[in-house]
Write a protein that binds this ligand. Structure first.
Ligand SMILES: Cc1cc2nc3c(=O)[nH]c(=O)nc-3n(C[C@H](O)[C@H](O)[C@H](O)COP(=O)(O)OP(=O)(O)OC[C@H]3O[C@@H](n4cnc5c(N)ncnc54)[C@H](O)[C@@H]3O)c2cc1C
Length: 354
């Protein structure tokens, strides 16, 4: 048995053991994490992508029959074409695309292995996972936002009938469903549940539906509300959730609504506890933006980078696949050459605005 200090920690190795030192460990095998892995590999960097779940785990959890807003070419990584049957890709086509790209690139993947912490410093990190330690010179954190829902923080939120995730309408056939929120996800969920035989109430604290609802979804929802097929409770907040009803506070005071299921489509946020545990400072701005250089994406912890949606903090619509995939070139360019040219990423915002 030999001993050595790696990643700032005393480690024990059996005789003959060869320490593998990666150039880069990427935490998160989402579209942006994969784009980083491809870029690293092409620059000759030895790299491994680690995910606590499956490949593109967030996308796996999206509504089963969803269609992406983006046209397929805007979701492409590594220059691989993404052919789809129709104008917009389905979730299934997208899962298949990223699977095929990761396989074709021969990316080194460690799936179902949660990263717990990162010790050490630039040039000598020790990434501690549930299953062991991975040594690397640099670390990229591409952990997205989909694991931590924005909670309502009301009594009853932990009842089994409440979910912050939506997969499909069939569990709700003939049921009284309250959809909380009024952005795209809430709008689509309300419409889909209504069309599959649920009795839908849409509850939103704002006085109107969100301006961000896509133009092809909005009139459908407005018309269903107008004709009374979907009941809308605007300027209303949920006070508590009970097994057979919910209580909301609206313009006419407290209202009791009979209810079997609550779908809280109130968005998600980065895992701040994890980021802070990594030593990444969180900004005091409204979006609680994790500190990083806007060009290199290096954080306040030298040698540790942020990539993808996580960069936007609470503003989860700031970075998505369309523009987040370009972080890969900036980060790997900085790691391999020490400097990068500024890229006009600011303008790459929802190109599929239509
Ligand atoms: C319903 C819906 C529709 C969308 N449609 C579009 C669209 O049309 N176009 C578009 O561009 N964007 C779209 N988005 C946004 C887009 O999906 C995200 O921006 C994108 O997934 C971000 O990629 P990412 O790689 O940064 O993060 P993610 O895809 O969220 O990947 C993060 C990964 O990190 C892993 N992870 C987290 N913590 C750990 C840990 N501690 N250890 C190991 N692994 C960890 C997670 O398991 C996950 O696989 C949509 C989002 C939603 C919710």
């Amino acid at each position: 048995m030999t001993q050595a200090i790696v990643g700032g920690k005393q480690r024990h190795f059996s005789a003959g053991f060869m320490l593998i030192m990666y150039d880069v460990v990427i935490i998160g095998a989402g579209p942006v994490g994969l784009a980083c892995g491809i870029e690293a590999k092409r620059l000759g960097l030895r790299c491994v992508v680690v995910d606590k779940g499956a490949l593109v785990n967030s996308l796996l959890g999206y509504p089963i029959n969803m269609e992406f807003f983006s046209t397929p070419e805007l979701l492409e990584i590594g220059g691989y074409p993404f052919p789809t049957l129709r104008y917009k890709p389905s979730r299934q086509e997208t899962l298949e695309y990223y699977r095929r790209v990761a396989q074709e690139e021969g990316l080194s993947l460690r799936l179902y292995e949660r990263v717990l912490s990162v010790h050490g410093e630039d040039g000598s990190f020790a990434v501690e996972t549930e299953k062991g330690v991975i040594d690397a010179r640099k670390v990229v954190v591409a952990t997205g936002f989909f694991d931590v829902p924005n909670r309502l923080n009301v009594p009853g939120e932990d009842l089994p009938k409440v979910s912050h995730y939506y997969r499909e309408a069939y569990p709700y056939v003939g049921q009284r469903v309250a959809v909380i929120g009024a952005k795209n996800s809430a709008a689509k969920v309300a419409l889909e549940c209504y069309r599959h035989g649920a009795e839908v109430s849409l509850i939103h604290r704002g006085s109107a539906l969100s301006d961000r609802i896509k133009y092809w979804i909005r009139p459908d929802l407005e018309n269903r509300i107008r004709e009374g097929s979907i009941r809308a409770f605007l300027s209303s907040t949920v006070l508590r959730i009970e097994p057979d009803q919910i209580v909301v506070d609206g313009p006419a005071g407290h209202k009791v609504i009979g209810n079997d299921f609550v779908l809280a489509m109130t968005g998600y946020r980065p895992d701040y506890a994890f980021l802070e545990g990594l030593g990444i400072e969180i900004g005091t701005d409204e979006d609680r933006t994790p500190r990083h250089d806007p060009e290199t994406f290096e954080t306040n912890r030298p040698g540790m980078y942020l990539a993808g949606t996580v960069c936007g903090g609470l503003r989860t619509s700031r970075w998505f696949i369309e523009n987040g995939r370009f972080h890969a070139g900036q980060i790997m360019g900085h790691i391999s050459c020490g400097s990068v040219e500024a890229l006009e990423l600011q303008d790459r915002i929802w190109k599929t605005a239509e």
